[in-house]
Write a new protein. Structure first.
Length: 191
């Protein structure tokens, strides 16, 4: 990841030029994930071809977009942009992302977030990429959120222990997770 560059602004009439920080570019898997914003499931016997390609590329044991595909989407974005990184075993299962990369103590822009669903001890859950936060929740860019690729708010309390992950092959330091205004209600079921 490149460090922010100091850039001089044009001279101002009331004094010397001001220096500003140019934020680093987003991690490549976030660029890939954003390309798919609004990709949606197709209800019924037909299925979204893009989701089917992701399932096939990751050798998922199912070939439909009705089965939870959040882990498949995360795996696709990482594999497409960091081919040297190792995906967790069976990446279509969200809980397996607890075995991915390196654990983080604090959230970072673009890190993988692994959440529980139903109950903290449940095997069911959700995985996505953290792109923002507010006092009550994380803003998660992910697949299978209301049956589409969206940014959803998920309660901080649903983050699994060890659930902040960073790709092992991507250079540190990650950027801090920005604070944002809450938008919408907190999601309780991402399917």
């Amino acid at each position: 990841m490149t460090q922010p560059k100091l850039r001089k602004q044009p001279a101002r009439a009331d004094g010397p030029p001001a220096a500003t920080l140019t934020p680093p570019p987003p991690p490549p898997w976030i660029v890939e994930a954003r390309r798919h914003l609004d990709l949606r499931e197709i209800k019924g016997p037909r299925h979204a071809p893009a989701i089917l390609r992701m399932l096939e590329a990751l050798n998922a044991p199912f070939r439909d977009d009705e089965t939870a595909w959040c882990g498949t989407f995360a795996g696709w974005c990482i594999a497409a942009t960091l081919p040297g990184d190792t995906l967790p075993p069976d990446p279509w299962a969200s809980i397996n992302w607890l075995k991915f990369g390196t654990g983080l103590v604090t959230p970072a822009y673009g890190c993988v977030g692994v959440f529980w669903r139903g109950a903290p001890s449940s095997w069911q859950g959700h995985v996505g990429f953290l792109v923002g936060q507010d006092r009550g929740g994380y803003h998660v860019l992910g697949g299978n959120q209301s049956d589409a690729v969206t940014v959803a708010r998920i309660a901080r309390s649903r983050l699994r222990p060890g659930g902040l992950r960073w790709p092992a092959t991507f250079v540190f330091p990650p950027s801090p997770l920005p604070m944002q205004a809450p938008s919408g209600t907190l999601s309780v079921n991402e399917a």
